[in-house]
Write a protein that binds this ligand. Structure first.
Ligand SMILES: CC(=O)N[C@H]1[C@@H](OP(=O)(O)OP(=O)(O)OC[C@H]2O[C@@H](n3ccc(=O)[nH]c3=O)[C@H](O)[C@@H]2O)O[C@H](CO)[C@@H](O)[C@@H]1O[C@H](C)C(=O)N[C@@H](C)C(=O)N[C@H](CCC(=O)O)C(=O)O
Ligand SMILES: Nc1ncnc2c1ncn2[C@@H]1O[C@H](COP(=O)(O)OP(=O)(O)OP(=O)(O)O)[C@@H](O)[C@H]1O
Ligand SMILES: N[C@H](CCC[C@H](N)C(=O)O)C(=O)O
Ligand SMILES: [Mg+2]
Length: 485
């Protein structure tokens, strides 16, 4: 068992009371999960302050406490450690507890509003194809080589991150690709990790419910780059005007990718069809199975990371062209001439990109029918914007439920409807039940039409009032397309 003082190595301490040699069985930040011999870390959360639960943690057998504010009454025999920032301490303690696995692996984090899952999945698939043992932490799933570990967050809590990376190292992984959500960065879930590099995909409207303002949201992303070590790389999208902001004061090697502005990793789109993309990268013409300009960015970011990690350019491009990408991202199902696309676009920017991509690849007068909703308990400001984009860029739109969570689905739909221009009322339907909405799209479609089902991608549930009911857009689409036969 490790001693508390070793687990606190590199943590900024304010004061300590009691025996620092006390053994630590587990690090716990939720009092309900305390086991005998744990150290309880009291974290100020978004809902409650973990300091309230110190007493409960001690009753359940915690032998030491790490906190920002010491309790008024101290318990005999307990070690109390006061720190400046408990969330940060938690990350560093988790790293020490698991013996700093991120120092033994090439760890690359990807941040940005859209494209994180797509980029880390492509990286994971590419490095697997190139014969490496690889780990991945993503919204869809976590992986240690071919072993799948279900994912609960885009970026898990620090204990889960460190324990997963420990397992990766123990299983011989040389690389790990992970998503860094803005929530995770602000909440210090990334603390204690040693990164070989970080990637910035783009930034647009999302999560303002959490960050308050767009500036705060940008700052959250920038924090990842501010904290990069000297021997790492910072690879940013040169075509996103915040790309350069990420690089200000960043100690990592500055690297850029893009299609428009001068960049270290640059490409030209030669063709963009419903079957794939042809890009010119360094005077080599390569065909990829991914669709849409946004995927050109993801592919370039992946190419850049691989080259910066020392891989051979030609080999990377050869292997990348075979790869199929992440689940639920532009997933295409075609039956009887009708194409349905299931996509995780759940932000205005992503929805606009996907619809413009579909417009760009359709060959003639086919209709675009879009089924879309917005999640409950999440950023409300995006609701009217997404409805507006959907109606402006489609021939027919069915507004429906996403994950209503604790909100009234019809109230969410009203907020979406408020964004629809009067001229577009005629093409807009509101159907609360998502299955019915998807099936109605099938009824409205004729041969050649393209149906976009946006917002839930890979998700296999629909969350309503705390219950996750089984629901998979891809399965419902298959039912719908069969029904059309
Ligand atoms: C809003 C948010 O981000 N919350 C995350 C946060 O919880 P919190 O600190 O706010 O929790 P809290 O309920 O206020 O509790 C504060 C502290 O008291 C402790 N506690 C609480 C109750 C008790 O009885 N005893 C006790 O000790 C809690 O364990 C916690 O340490 O820290 C937890 C541990 O890391 C996360 O699990 C939790 O994610 C919640 C479930 C969540 O839904 N998060 C979403 C918004 C999220 O993180 N999403 C991003 C992706 C977003 C995107 O890009 O799309 C992600 O990375 O997944
Ligand atoms: N580089 C990109 N730029 C803009 N849109 C993108 C990009 N890559 C993917 N998208 C669109 O955004 C959607 C979400 O992509 P992805 O899941 O890769 O993003 P993410 O950043 O992981 O999202 P989340 O924060 O929810 O985990 C995709 O379904 C696609 O529609
Ligand atoms: N990681 C994002 C995903 C949103 C996906 C969408 N289907 C929704 O439920 O709003 C979140 O939790 O905000
Ligand atoms: Mg993701």
């Amino acid at each position: 068992m490790k001693a508390l003082k070793d687990i606190l190595y590199k943590v900024s301490l304010t004061s300590t009371i009691g025996n620092m040699e006390v053994g630590v069985k587990e690090i716990v930040f939720d009092s309900r999960l305390v086991v005998e011999g744990s150290v309880f870390v009291a974290v100020k959360g978004t809902q409650v302050d973990g300091h309230q639960f110190i007493q409960m943690a001690l009753e359940k057998g915690a032998r030491s406490v790490v906190c920002e504010i010491l309790p008024v009454a101290l318990k005999e025999g307990v070690t109390y450690v006061q720190v400046i920032d408990s969330s940060k301490a938690l990350g560093i303690m988790a790293a020490n507890y698991f013996e700093n696995p991120s120092e033994k692996i090439k760890l690359v984090a990807v941040t940005g509003t859209n494209g994180k899952t797509s980029t880390v999945t492509l990286l994971y698939q590419l490095f697997r194809e190139m014969g490496y043992n690889v780990g991945m932490l993503s919204t869809v799933e976590n992986r240690i080589n071919d072993n799948i570990i279900p994912s609960t967050h885009t970026t898990p809590d620090p204990i889960a991150i460190q324990s997963l990376i420990r397992k990766m190292v123990d299983n011989g992984c040389t690389h790990c690709f992970m998503e860094a959500s803005s929530h995770a960065i602000v909440q210090e879930r990334m603390a204690g990790l040693v990164l070989s590099g970080a990637v910035f995909t783009n930034i647009s409207h999302d999560h303002l419910d959490y960050h308050g303002t767009f500036d705060e949201y940008i700052k959250a992303k920038k924090k990842l780059f501010d904290e990069l070590p000297k021997d790492s790389f910072a690879l940013v999208n040169a075509d996103d005007k915040r790309g350069m902001v990420m690089l200000q004061n960043c100690k990592g090697a500055h690297q850029t990718f893009g299609l428009k502005y001068p960049a270290d990793f640059k490409a030209k789109v030669l063709s963009n069809t419903i079957d794939g993309l042809e890009l010119d990268i360094n005077n080599k013409q390569i065909w990829f199975r991914m669709i849409g300009e946004f995927n050109a960015y993801n592919l370039l970011a992946v190419f850049g990371v691989a080259v910066l990690l020392g891989e051979d350019e030609d080999e990377v491009l050869r292997q990348l062209s075979k790869i199929k990408g992440a689940q639920g991202r532009f997933d295409k199902i075609t039956i009887q001439g009708v194409t349905a696309i299931v996509d995780y676009a759940h932000t205005p920017d992503a929805l606009e990109n996907v619809l413009k991509t579909i417009q760009g690849v359709r060959s003639g007068g086919e209709k675009i029918i879009t089924v879309v909703g917005c999640g409950g308990n999440r950023d409300r400001t995006k609701r009217p914007v997404m409805a507006k984009i959907a109606t402006q860029l489609s021939d027919k739109v069915i507004l429906t439920s996403d994950n209503p969570r604790d909100e009234d689905p019809m109230a969410i739909l009203k907020e979406m409807e408020a964004g629809v221009n009067p001229v577009d009322f005629k093409k807009t339907l509101v159907i609360e039940d998502r299955r019915e909405a998807i099936k109605t799209a099938g009824v409205l479609a004729t041969k050649g039409d393209i149906i976009l089902i946006a917002g839930k991608g890979h998700e296999t549930y629909q969350e309503i009032k705390g219950v996750k009911y089984p629901f998979d857009d891809r399965e419902v689409v298959k039912e719908m397309l069969k029904m059309m036969n």
